[in-house]
Design a protein around this ligand. Structure first.
Ligand code: ZN
Length: 100
């Protein structure tokens, strides 16, 4: 039996640079990840004039327990299903500031 057709939603959000776009995409994916329709691990970013060159945002490797790694693609240390507190933004500059 053929799989049911799927439709992808393209919801443009823009940034002036790649690091900012990756930060924003990761924040959006994490904040909407509770919806079963959202596949946060497959989130990608591309330049507007090069839509075929996609940059992955999430690591998405399998972790023990069958879940996917929820950290950024370039994270340090071991994979984890959930980022530790304060790890949501990258070092790219335009993310939210976390104060202690
Ligand atoms: Zn990982």
């Amino acid at each position: 039996m053929a799989p049911a057709p799927r439709y992808l939603i393209h919801l443009p959000a823009t940034s002036a640079d790649l690091a900012g776009a990756v930060d924003l995409a990761y924040a959006l994916a994490r904040s909407l990840g509770f919806l079963p329709e959202i596949d946060a691990g497959e989130t990608t970013v591309c330049a507007e004039d090069a839509p075929h060159v996609r940059h992955r945002v999430c690591c998405d490797l399998l972790v023990p327990g069958g879940q996917r790694c929820g950290l950024r693609t370039d994270h340090d240390g071991d994979c984890a299903a959930e980022p530790a507190d304060g790890q949501l933004s990258g070092s790219g500059g335009s993310g939210p500031t976390i104060r202690s």
